[in-house]
Design a protein around this ligand. Structure first.
Ligand code: FES
Length: 228
């Protein structure tokens, strides 16, 4: 397979859900390539972003805006967290992607936020982890001990393929919503969509095509988005 093929394959990877059992119920979870965890004062940390302690502020709004703008929320999850551990070298973030853990430090300014997302998007296009670009190389380090050579382990139960997960997916927040108990619904393109809240329903109805395109649900649900 050529790199162009790989790029196309990842860009067109359809959204996929799996069944996960909890509290004696089946839930549908969207599978993603990774998660970006950003250490945040607003979420209970102790050092990163604390200007009172001489640290640079962390612009969580910019992380969220860039994440939304790039329409990658169905591929990489964004989460703000309490202390990630290495407070001394903050401001810190941890990216888990394609099975790799990539630690960032010294993210002392807004200019690093788009660089991190550029890096994430380049890996999503490549379909695998890549070394950091030059402009981030000094901000990346290996915090975790390497696994002993040849020592790989599959952790977690095998996932169960899911045939009707896309039917139940809130296209705004990607939450699993049970059609039997859904309180908020909307008709579009000849099918019913279910929402976890009135806020998601309202957002969807403002621009259904944009949401369906963003998460790749239009094609998956047999809706011709070009037809409107
Ligand atoms: S406060 Fe950010 S790593 Fe500890």
């Amino acid at each position: 397979m050529t790199s162009a093929d790989t790029k196309t394959r990842v860009a067109r990877t359809p959204i996929k859900t799996i069944k996960v059992r909890a509290r004696d119920e089946d839930f549908r979870i969207v599978q993603v390539h990774g998660t970006l965890l950003v250490c945040s004062k607003a979420h209970g940390n102790c050092c990163c972003g604390w200007t009172e302690k001489g640290r640079a502020p962390v612009n969580t709004a910019l992380y969220s805006e860039e994440w939304e703008r790039r329409k990658i929320r169905n591929k990489v999850h964004l989460s703000f967290t309490g202390c990630l551990g290495p407070c001394a070298v903050g401001n810190n973030a941890l990216l888990q992607i394609f099975g790799q853990s990539i630690w960032f430090k010294d993210l002392n300014g807004d200019q690093y936020v788009p660089l991190i997302y550029d890096y994430i998007e380049s890996m999503l296009e490549a379909g695998h982890a890549l070394p950091p670009p030059e402009n981030l190389a000094d901000h990346v380090y290996a915090r975790y001990l390497p696994a002993p050579s040849g020592d790989t382990l599959t952790i977690g139960a095998a996932v169960e393929e899911d045939d009707d997960g896309l039917e139940r997916l809130d296209p705004v927040c990607l939450m699993d919503v049970d059609p039997a108990t859904a309180r908020w619904t909307s008709e579009y393109g000849g099918r019913t969509f279910y929402f976890c809240s009135p806020g998601c329903k309202k957002s969807f109805e403002r621009n259904p095509q944009e949401y369906l395109e963003e998460v790749g649900l239009g094609e998956a649900c047999g809706i011709d988005l070009k037809a409107g």
